[in-house]
Design a protein around this ligand. Structure first.
Ligand SMILES: [Zn+2]
Length: 369
């Protein structure tokens, strides 16, 4: 939760951010900006803290203030746009448009901290930096405009003034001079094996198509006939869930050695076991885009081999092991049981792959031993 910074820190922040342009008090949302990002700029431009803005909102509709706290970008409380419009003097229809999620798989609110350094660099002054709507999608980990991987950032725009001193020191260059990092990041990304990059591009493309199909051809059960989205969802859950209560390592971590050439952009993760049902919220709560990128590459690898077997080449050509195989080999029986159960809802042509993967993983794990 955001807190008001101590007065001394606030003064430092104001100095860092430069003079506020009082001659232009109206902050217009960018066409691709999220609601929380714009409200933060709106409040900052008026020397108002976001919590004061929420207080004003609560005076009009208390439920809306609560809704904005728990879902700051895509609120769904009835009548929220009309109430907020009266506070900030903006058209309710425009607010509705800003708060439309880019896809059903948006990141959990606390995990919305992915950004493209080149986009941020183009924004100019730190107070002008803003969060793009596409960066809130859990399955997008690239900036297609600049052909760069997204990175994790501690804050956007005025939010920088609310982070702790330690974080500010650690990420000073990233936030205040992001353009200076572009060259290094670009050359490291260009040096990453193309099969890995293509796996991620392919994953994003495949999901984009799956969402398109989902919206236009979804049946009564809410799923399109091909079931692609369901298969993607289940495999992403498998890769990013702690299946053993004593282990803090996610299955995708098993593929990290295979991906050593691109380790900077493909990372595994240690995370405490996730309480609750196994579903996509785990993937959607991963803050670091390099971990989600890793899971996407892993599922793309599984599905690539599924689509073109038996002649398919492993995604990591020339390597003894490949990404999905690495992960499948470490999956414990309860993960396979869960996946088998889920696969009963998959299209029949795809269903048998779970059994095949499980058999192959068993053989592979015996070889490893
Ligand atoms: Zn960009």
């Amino acid at each position: 939760m955001l807190r008001r910074p101590p007065r001394r820190q606030a003064v430092t922040v104001m100095r860092e951010m430069g003079m506020i342009n009082l001659s232009n008090p109206t902050v217009i949302p960018h066409h691709d900006e999220t609601l929380s990002s714009w409200l933060m700029r709106w409040a900052g431009d008026r020397h108002t803290h976001r919590s004061d803005l929420l207080g004003m909102v609560a005076n009009v509709q208390i439920e809306l203030a609560d809704a904005l706290k728990s879902e700051p970008d895509f609120p769904s409380a009835p009548g929220w746009a009309r109430s907020l419009a009266t506070v900030i003097g903006m058209d309710a229809d425009d607010l509705d448009r800003i708060a439309w999620p880019p896809s059903p798989w948006v990141l959990a609110p606390d995990a919305r901290c992915s950004a493209c350094v080149e986009c941020l660099g183009e924004d100019g002054d730190i107070t002008a930096q803003y969060m793009r709507q596409l960066w809130t999608d859990s399955w997008r980990t690239l900036c297609l405009r600049h052909d760069l991987p997204l990175v994790q950032v501690p804050a956007f725009g005025w939010g920088w003034g609310l982070v702790g001193n330690e974080v500010r020191r650690a990420h000073k260059t990233l936030m205040r001079r992001p353009y200076t990092l572009v060259k290094n990041l670009r050359s490291a990304w260009e040096a990453t094996p193309s099969v890995l990059k293509e796996a991620v591009y392919g994953a994003e493309m495949s999901l984009l198509e799956a969402f398109g199909e989902h919206y236009t051809h979804a049946g009564k059960d809410g799923h399109a006939a091909s079931g692609r989205l369901r298969v993607w969802e289940d495999l992403l859950v498998v890769c990013t869930t702690n299946w053993q209560p004593w282990s803090d390592e996610l299955p995708i971590s098993a593929a990290v050695p295979t991906l050593s050439a691109g380790r900077r952009f493909f990372r595994g993760l240690r995370a405490p076991p996730f309480e609750g049902d196994h579903n996509l919220i785990r993937f959607r709560s991963l803050e670091d885009p390099s971990i989600r990128r890793m899971a996407l590459a892993c599922v793309a690898d599984a599905l690539q081999n599924m689509a073109s077997r038996p002649t398919a080449e492993p995604l990591m050509k020339g390597k003894a092991r490949k990404i999905w195989q690495d992960v499948a080999t470490v999956l414990p029986p309860n993960a396979w049981d869960w996946l088998s159960l889920r696969a009963e809802q998959w299209p029949t042509t795809w269903r048998h792959w779970v059994l095949d993967w499980r058999r192959a993983a068993l053989v592979s794990s015996k070889k490893v031993q």
